[in-house]
Design a protein around this ligand. Structure first.
Ligand SMILES: NC(=O)c1ccc[n+]([C@@H]2O[C@H](COP(=O)([O-])OP(=O)(O)OC[C@H]3O[C@@H](n4cnc5c(N)ncnc54)[C@H](O)[C@@H]3O)[C@@H](O)[C@H]2O)c1
Length: 314
């Protein structure tokens, strides 16, 4: 049994609690949130778990072997660094940190600590994105001509993620919050991203996050990457990650829907029923046991952060 402690019990913290609870080899033994009532209620819903309001106490709790950090990005660095000093395993939410310097320090410290360090990049554990990766690997599209990420939000922050930070420039904005997932996919499937040129649309209130982006970049071999996004825009929310190739096109739409077609065909839905991706918590458990596991570690988080900071540059 692996004993988990969770810091941050908001939207995503609660989402992962459900995933942890489904795993027979994992037990949540402690939870922490700055809001005492939230910590106590969550602990009570888990039965025996201890409730903390100060994260150092959770890290120091002898029962806790792995800490899941699900607080807003500004607090990832200080909490993760303390977890690593205590030589405990750590799962951190994305983005890894709130700056490239912080991300570098966390990556270095994780390597030295000799513990399991992983990030929650859920696309890697989803059927549609896994199918996209497989089909690119099988050369479905031929030679890649252009990669395009489109992010349109009628409302930012989105309805399900209303909080005081995700709409602020300091640690929020859709480029960071949503873009990071697709930057990580790009790095994984297509390799490094270079020559980033970005143009942000920023609101008059400088505390608020971007409302638009048009950015261009290149893969190692010069293949163009186009990133465009708008918030507070008419129409439906749409996130498209599209690879245009010499023989066909594949597009991952709204996280979980894959579409594709060969030259001369229309793009049609592609089912991912034949794909059974690994699951994050299974892989975490394997890694803690010293087995080979599919995890996306702090090195992946650091590399994605490097691209994100360039994209967010004013
Ligand atoms: N992997 C994903 O798909 C995904 C999706 C959404 C959010 N996230 C990431 O998860 C993190 C949290 O996002 P959220 O939407 O759950 O935010 P949230 O604001 O809903 O929740 C954060 C919680 O952390 C608590 N908190 C803040 N500082 C704390 C501290 N120092 N000590 C203890 N508790 C503290 C807050 O009280 C709050 O309950 C962010 O890094 C975000 O980018 C990841």
């Amino acid at each position: 049994m692996i004993h988990i402690g969770i810091v941050g019990l908001g939207a995503i913290g609660q989402r992962l609690i459900k995933q942890f609870m489904e795993h027979p080899e994992v037990e949540i033994v402690a939870v922490c949130d700055q809001f005492e009532s939230l910590a106590k209620e969550t602990a009570a819903s888990l039965g025996d778990a201890r409730a903390y309001t100060a994260y150092p106490s959770l890290i120091a709790d002898e029962k806790v072997e792995l800490v899941y950090v699900a607080v807003p990005p500004k607090f990832h660095h200080s909490i993760v660094m303390d977890v690593l000093r205590a030589k405990k395993h750590v799962l951190c939410e994305k983005p890894l940190a709130n700056s490239l310097e912080e991300a570098k320090e966390m990556h270095e410290a994780a390597k030295e600590a000799g513990v399991v360090h992983a990030m929650n990049f859920p696309l890697n554990y989803g059927p549609a994105a896994t199918k996209l990766t497989d089909m690119i690997g099988e050369n479905y599209i031929g030679k890649l001509r252009r990669l395009q990420l489109t992010m349109h939000f009628p409302q930012w922050p989105r309805g399900w993620q209303q909080n005081d930070w995700v709409g602020k420039r300091e640690q929020g904005g859709f480029v960071l919050e949503v873009g990071v997932h697709f930057i990580q996919q790009t790095l994984k499937i297509f390799g490094d991203i270079k020559n980033i040129q970005t143009r942000l649309e920023l609101p008059a209130d400088s505390a608020k996050s971007e409302t638009g982006i048009i950015a261009t970049a290149e893969l190692e071999d010069g293949t163009p990457v186009l990133i465009e996004g708008l918030s507070q825009v008419a129409g439906e929310e749409y996130i498209g990650f599209t690879a245009y190739g010499s023989e066909g096109t594949l597009s991952l739409e709204n996280w979980g829907h894959l579409k594709g077609g060969k030259m001369g065909e229309e793009l049609k839905p592609i089912l991912a029923e034949d794909v059974t991706p690994n699951r994050l918590i299974d892989e975490l458990v394997k890694a803690v046991k010293g087995e080979v596991a599919e995890l996306y570690d702090f090195e992946v988080g650091y590399k994605a952060q490097r691209v994100l900071e360039e994209l967010r540059k004013i």
